[in-house]
Design a protein around this ligand. Structure first.
Ligand SMILES: NC(=O)c1ccc[n+]([C@@H]2O[C@H](COP(=O)([O-])OP(=O)(O)OC[C@H]3O[C@@H](n4cnc5c(N)ncnc54)[C@H](O)[C@@H]3O)[C@@H](O)[C@H]2O)c1
Ligand SMILES: O=C(O)C[C@H](O)C(=O)O
Length: 328
């Protein structure tokens, strides 16, 4: 017997990431090749954006995806999030000319407060929320704080792109197959302060750190390359990463929904105090996932260099989250 369709809301659906994401969700790459989906798409109430969304919907229809059980276009989050089981919050306010970081935080605080409230009011009580729109960790924090009737653990931020970038850099350096790398993680904020950590990583059971054995490369090449990869793509393409960001969103949601089969993946999730990260801060952690739940990997040793890196990304996040407290 075929499964009942689930509802997947996507915001910023007519944007670059939306265009690389929706077709993959509709083809079953996110929730499984036996799981029908209803797409509930949100764009701003602007004629150009709504027209662009209509065009994307025409293309989705023209794919004749057997798993696509319905498509809705919305301009109001209260309608877009109705009964939704999954919410991918991609749309956000980009930094404009002359805009300071505080202005960007305030503009996004408005969006994510409204969307958090709407999720709180109308989404499924088990909704799984992934925030992609930047600043992703803080936007997830704002949405979570604006949805007091939903479990805080349902709100996550995307660090999977950073995780995938780190894996790819390690594979190139060590001559590994990227798919063979296990136990990699990225701690902290989705920003250049993130700490990509391969101290525990293995390939075929052997230590990646020992195989690479180059702390200078770690500090001077690997960490800056992964941390500044988003900016490097903007410099090269004139636009921010879109296909790789959509791919990471698919990876994040697929593993959360369907399980990571014992493997570590990186998710930005609200801390419960693990590793000294204050409770409630949305922070990149290594997690494993099973039966639709994630569990932070605990008990890892944090050496002095790692602690310094973690403190730095934490301080940045605390600064961001303090900066929006008065708006919540
Ligand atoms: N976390 C990550 O790893 C990661 C990676 C890449 C990009 N991003 C971020 O993802 C976001 C989207 O990137 P993009 O390239 O698709 O941008 P884009 O500008 O191409 O598209 C964004 C879309 O969101 C819409 N939008 C804006 N505010 C909205 C709102 N309140 N409700 C619904 N829709 C809204 C816009 O109309 C636009 O169509 C950006 O904030 C970007 O910085 C995050
Ligand atoms: O949009 C950006 O600033 C970069 C993006 O978050 C990325 O990591 O590619």
């Amino acid at each position: 017997m075929s499964k009942k369709p689930v509802r997947v809301a996507v915001t910023g659906a007519a944007g670059q990431i939306g265009y690389a994401l929706l077709f993959r969700i509709a083809s079953g790459e996110m929730l499984g090749k036996d799981q029908p989906v209803i797409l509930q798409l949100l764009e701003i109430p602007d004629e150009k954006a709504q027209n662009a969304l209509k065009g994307v919907i025409m293309e989705l229809e023209d794919c004749a995806f057997p798993l696509l059980a319905g498509i809705e276009a919305h301009s109001d989050p209260m309608q877009a999030f109705k009964d939704t089981d999954y919410a991918l919050l991609v749309g956000a306010r980009p930094r404009g000319p002359g805009m300071e970081r505080a202005d960007l935080l305030a503009a996004n605080a408005q969006i994510f407060t409204a969307q958090g409230k709407a999720l709180n009011a109308v989404a499924s009580r088990n909704v799984k929320v992934l925030v992609v729109g930047n600043p992703a960790n803080t936007n997830a924090y704002i949405a979570m704080k604006s949805a007091p009737d939903l479990p805080a653990k349902n709100f996550t931020a995307m660090l999977r792109l950073d995780h995938n970038r780190a894996a790819s850099q390690l594979a190139a350096k060590g001559g590994f197959k990227v798919g063979d790398i296990r136990k990699l993680t990225v701690w902290g904020n989705h920003s250049p302060t993130m700490y990509a950590d391969y101290r525990f990583a293995t390939v075929d059971g052997k230590s990646v750190k020992e195989a690479i054995n180059d702390q200078e490369w770690n500090k001077d090449v690997f960490l800056p390359t992964v941390g500044k990869r988003g900016a490097a793509i903007i410099a090269a393409r004139g636009l921010s990463s879109a296909a790789s960001a959509a791919n990471a969103a698919i990876d994040h949601m697929r593993d959360w929904a369907l399980g990571s089969k014992g493997e570590w993946v990186t998710m930005g999730v609200p801390s419960n105090g693990e590793y000294g990260i204050p409770a409630g801060i949305v922070f990149g952690f290594p997690v494993t996932t099973e039966n639709g739940e994630y569990k932070i990997v605990t008990g890892l040793e944090i050496d002095a260099f790692s602690q310094e890196c973690i403190n730095k990304t934490l301080a940045e996040l605390q600064g961001e989250q303090d900066g929006v407290k008065h708006l919540l």
